[in-house]
Design a protein around this ligand. Structure first.
Ligand code: SF4
Length: 230
């Protein structure tokens, strides 16, 4: 994306009527929340969901799965993880990368859970974000997938689509998540993550967005700015 195009549309947001229309179109064209939707929900409890989500930072899905599997094969509770030597944890989670930092965060998270939360994972965003290693994205993913809350978790795809279209603005995924929540109608919160994610993976691709055939191009700020810049 050129700097000039960024400058043209960076300060533009869709109107509330356009936001409604955009979500209606996404609802029509994209799959919503399904029982097989990806996420840490496959983990059998909130603790394992949090751990799996924390391990996923800068890691491919398949590597996160390998690391989670290896770790949970040797320890499944905060108490059991705290009993392990750092080297043992690091070796187990190595496939997910950043294993020394993740080992430290994992132990801090387990300690915090036991000391401050009676070992119970909080079910709200504020509580989840107090856990070491859990940021806004992880908190929202756990809330959405594990606790079934109507929350749009913002990953790189949702962040990109939101900012390009003018649905929301934010320099970081966390900023976009807050702006998106403020600007989205309640009815779109349940499936919004799934629509935007799939749209970002299939239409609004990072390097080569399919703007000419995109069903949102009459609304999209990026597309309008691209036309104006030609
Ligand atoms: S018009 Fe292009 S940039 Fe805009 S949403 Fe569609 S694919 Fe993405």
């Amino acid at each position: 994306m050129s700097q000039s195009k960024k400058a043209v549309f960076a300060d533009q947001l869709l109107t509330s009527g356009e936001v409604e229309e955009l979500y209606r179109l996404l609802e029509t064209h994209m799959p919503g929340r399904t029982p097989t939707a990806k996420g840490p929900k496959d983990q059998p409890n909130p603790f394992r969901s949090c751990v799996s989500c924390m391990l996923s930072a800068q890691s491919r899905d398949e590597n996160t799965a390998k690391a989670s599997q290896a770790l949970f094969a040797i320890a499944q509770t905060p108490q059991a993880i705290l009993m392990l030597e750092d080297e043992v944890i690091a070796a187990a989670i190595k496939p997910a990368g950043l294993y020394n930092m993740k080992t430290r965060n994992l132990k801090k998270m387990c300690q915090y859970l036991l000391e401050e939360c009676d070992g119970v994972v909080p079910s709200n965003r504020e509580g989840l974000m107090k856990l070491p290693g859990i940021g806004r994205k992880c908190a929202d993913i756990v809330m959405s997938f594990t606790f079934g809350e109507d929350v749009i978790a913002v990953d790189t795809h949702v962040h990109r689509v939101s900012n390009r279209t003018g649905l929301a603005q934010g320099k970081t995924e966390a900023h976009t998540a807050q702006n998106l929540e403020d600007r989205s109608p309640d009815w779109a919160l349940r499936d919004g993550h799934f629509w935007l994610l799939e749209f970002g993976k299939t239409v609004c691709l990072s390097r080569t967005p399919k703007c000419d055939t995109c069903f949102l191009n009459h609304l999209c700020k990026f597309h309008k700015a691209s036309g104006a810049a030609k």
